[in-house]
Design a binder for this molecule. Structure first.
Ligand SMILES: Nc1nc2c(ncn2[C@@H]2O[C@H](COP(=O)(O)OP(=O)(O)OP(=O)(O)O)[C@@H](O)[C@H]2O)c(=O)[nH]1
Ligand SMILES: [Mg+2]
Length: 346
């Protein structure tokens, strides 16, 4: 198959970008050596960025299409690439089978066609309507709009609680944070610190208090204060610890009792660096918790490979709602399938 001109022009741009990155890396090293600067955070950050870009899907996929001719073997190698990028066995197979079938039916003129078909297919997997804002607008008259954050230990629930609170505050809503992790050491201080930082009230009770009592009272507090949004942070719990899952079910029952409905959103927070382990977490949480309305994927700034997003959505049909990509309050965005795919393939 002949290389298509426009495809070549992408690769030229990609190569150009690469050589300037190489130059930047060399300059960085030279500067560091000349000045004998050790552990300079500015330069180590640049270096880190270069390394991250090199491992980015877009870099690898361009490289892959550039290096490989389209034949039967191409699809096997593509499947390996997808597996490396955390798409998971099942989803990788499904994507490749779809493309391979088209290839066998002579539906591809050249590499560009395969590239675009891959892009379109990936988009079709994650393209959920962003229901968040619509849901919010629908429920505006029923205050507070309740968001419950759940997930295993350390995935970033508390950080996301603060980021979400700030997000709604910026939309002009009055927000309350509920410190319903009364178990982990310093959990209450942690969320209070966030509350101070972003000037949002945090409803707290003593350590050891039954979390469902904190939830009940924080709803009461939000109603009394006519608050628009209540964001409930919960303690991290392993998905296979049945008592802790039962506690979560009790929390939801209490919300049901108090406001006669489920929380408006139950968001399962997953650490993208956990790769395929996130699939097991989603499976077990979604079996026990009815019904998870969305996924928040955190730590996408780290070594995580975005393929996990496709695997989660394909397996559970739960939309990705938000992305956390850093420890700061602004390192957060609403997930948008179109921009995500655009970024992946740019
Ligand atoms: N790099 C990076 N770090 C994050 C992100 N989100 C959270 N963190 C960090 O991850 C660590 C755990 O975050 P928490 O928000 O405390 O996680 P948690 O799920 O509430 O933890 P537990 O309450 O102990 O279950 C903290 O050091 C956060 O700063 C992210 O998107 N990127
Ligand atoms: Mg926490």
């Amino acid at each position: 198959m002949k290389k298509n001109n426009s495809l070549f022009s992408w690769f030229n741009i990609f190569k150009k970008k690469n050589s300037s990155k190489k130059q930047l890396k060399e300059n960085t090293q030279l500067y560091n050596n000349e000045n004998n600067i050790k552990n300079n955070s500015f330069f180590s950050k640049i270096k880190q960025k270069i390394e991250n870009t090199k491992n980015h899907f877009s870099f690898k996929i361009h490289q892959f299409f550039f290096k490989n001719k389209i034949d039967d073997n191409f699809f096997k190698k593509l499947e390996e690439k997808l597996l490396i990028f955390d798409f998971g066995v099942h989803t990788s197979k499904e994507i490749v089978n779809y493309l391979f079938k088209k290839y066998k039916n002579n539906q591809f003129k050249d590499e560009k066609d395969v590239y675009y078909e891959l892009k379109n297919y990936l988009f079709s997997i994650i393209n959920f309507d962003n229901i968040n804002q619509k849901q919010f607008l629908k429920n505006i008259y029923k205050k507070p709009y309740i968001i419950l954050l759940i997930g295993v230990n350390g995935v970033g629930k508390t950080t996301i609680a603060a980021k979400l609170a700030n997000f709604y505050k910026k939309l002009g809503k009055s927000v309350v944070l509920s410190a319903s992790d009364t178990f982990r050491f310093a959990a209450i201080e942690q969320i209070k610190l966030w509350g101070n930082k972003i000037s949002i009230p945090v409803f707290t009770k003593k350590y050891g208090t039954d979390p469902s009592s904190v939830i009940f009272d924080s709803i009461e507090f939000s109603i009394l204060n006519n608050s628009d949004v209540l964001i409930i942070d919960t303690a991290g719990r392993l998905h296979n610890k049945i008592n802790l899952i039962k506690e979560l079910q009790k929390n939801i029952q209490v919300i049901n009792k108090k406001v006669c409905s489920n929380p408006n959103e139950i968001l399962l927070v997953l650490d993208a660096c956990n790769g395929q382990n996130s699939i097991i977490q989603t499976k077990l949480f979604s079996e026990k918790i009815n019904k998870i309305t969305g996924i928040v994927l955190t730590k996408l700034d780290g070594t995580a490979k975005g393929g996990i997003i496709f695997s989660i959505v394909r397996n559970f049909s739960i939309p990705i709602q938000y992305i956390g990509n850093g420890e700061k309050i602004q390192d957060f965005y609403e997930f948008n399938a179109k921009s995500f795919i655009k970024n992946m393939f740019s």
